[in-house]
Design a protein around this ligand. Structure first.
Ligand code: NAI
Ligand code: MG
Length: 356
């Protein structure tokens, strides 16, 4: 099978970690029967400064017509609003209909407090439809409003995605892959006690989608939890969670916060997933403070490459990558400075390739 992968390094350390991702994919054993073809694509603030656009039309065209998946590094955002600049990854999620943002947060096997959860965030609506306006009223003065949109369709499909992920994790467990959870559980996050219509609809729709799909998810339990108590419990007892599904805003906040549970942003991967396409993307940004020094942790990107492969139905290849990365982390000898080590990006990558 030939997989055509678009590579979008972006800015800063994106340009250091995405080449590491490419080398990892190239190093996968040929016995897996996968070949890769790579295309380098531009996006980001540097691209904007060169060409006047942050996301060139060619990048979108090539991804849509000539790629099966992609890896995205990180992009810098200007600190002040710059005319004509908007985030390329946000635009890509829209243009490719990548409606789910999937973020696994997993501790090393040897961790005192094991964590193995995945946050599935709805990626297309909620307050992020950005329907905002500023008004002036003779009585209250200047005020601003934003619209929160929750649809049955978007909520059902994110529920379905959470169910598929929970079931996939359950299958891995049943096949003997060690896990801290005995069984699969999806927790729906919401605030329907206050926002009974919008969040109420989200909760109801996710429940409905999971119960409709019950015949394939018969081993997946379903719970729900109010977002504030969720934040509390996520920090007190993170080991309790398996799959968390959330509307856009809560999912954004919870997923960044959950990344703090495992020590470094440089470890946490994500995937932007649609029915036709997946973009793997490390959770971190362009890290201007360390860019150009060759010390960025490549692991978030390597895990993002594995996650991309999972959604391309190449679970075996993904499992090999996860095992090689975990072995590096358990041994804890070759680590980049964010984990307290002194190794370079190159040295960590080579160690993982050797294990692969
Ligand atoms: P950041 O994630 O770039 O960096 C935060 C801290 O974590 C820094 O100290 C950095 O050195 C460290 N760090 C991040 N990734 C690392 C890695 N792989 N290895 C070792 N250390 C790592 O977030 P920050 O500083 O808030 O933002 C920098 C730029 O990145 C901004 O322009 C921001 O807009 C952009 N950004 C882009 C994102 C994206 O493309 N999805 C996400 C977050 C921020
Ligand atoms: Mg965020």
């Amino acid at each position: 099978r030939v997989l055509r992968i678009g590579l979008i390094p972006g800015d800063g350390i994106g340009r250091e970690v995405i080449p590491a991702g490419r080398r990892l994919l190239e190093a996968l054993p040929s016995s897996l029967g996968i070949k890769f073809e790579f295309t380098d694509l531009k996006a980001g603030f540097e691209t904007f400064k060169e060409t006047g656009v942050a996301l060139p039309a060619r990048t979108v065209d090539v991804l849509k017509n000539e790629c099966d998946g992609a890896l995205f590094g990180a992009v810098s955002s200007p600190t002040k609003a710059v005319d004509g600049y908007s985030s390329p990854i946000v635009a890509l999620r829209k243009k490719l209909d990548l409606y789910a943002n999937v973020r696994p947060v997993k501790s090393v096997a040897s961790a005192a407090r094991p964590i193995d959860l995945v946050i599935v965030r709805e990626n297309t609506e909620d307050l992020y439809v950005k329907w905002e306006k500023t008004l002036d009223d003779p009585e209250i003065g200047v005020y601003a409003e934003a619209i929160k949109r929750i649809s049955v369709r978007a909520s059902m499909r994110i529920g379905e995605m959470a169910g598929i992920i929970a079931q996939r994790r359950q299958k891995l467990r049943e096949s003997g892959v060690p896990s801290i959870h005995n069984s699969a559980c999806v927790t729906v996050t919401h605030k329907s006690n206050v926002l009974s219509q919008t969040d109420g609809l989200f909760l109801e729709s996710v429940r409905e989608s999971l119960s409709r799909a019950r015949y394939i998810h018969d081993k997946v339990a379903l719970k729900d939890q109010i977002v504030d108590s969720m934040a509390y419990k996520l920090f007190r007892e993170p080991e309790q969670y398996d799959v968390i599904v959330a509307p856009n805003l809560y999912g954004d906040i919870l997923s960044d916060a959950a990344a703090a549970l495992v020590g470094s942003l440089g470890l946490v991967p994500s995937a932007n997933v649609g029915d036709q396409f997946t973009i793997g993307e490390p959770c971190h940004g362009s890290a201007p403070d360390i860019a150009g020094q060759g010390i960025a942790n490549p692991i978030a990107t390597l895990r993002s490459a594995a996650l991309m492969l999972e959604f391309m139905n190449e679970g075996e290849a993904a499992a090999k990558i996860h095992a090689a990365v975990d072995a590096n982390l358990v041994e804890a000898k070759l680590m980049t400075p964010d984990l307290g080590g002194q190794a370079t990006t190159e040295e960590v990558l080579n160690d993982i390739l050797k294990r692969l």
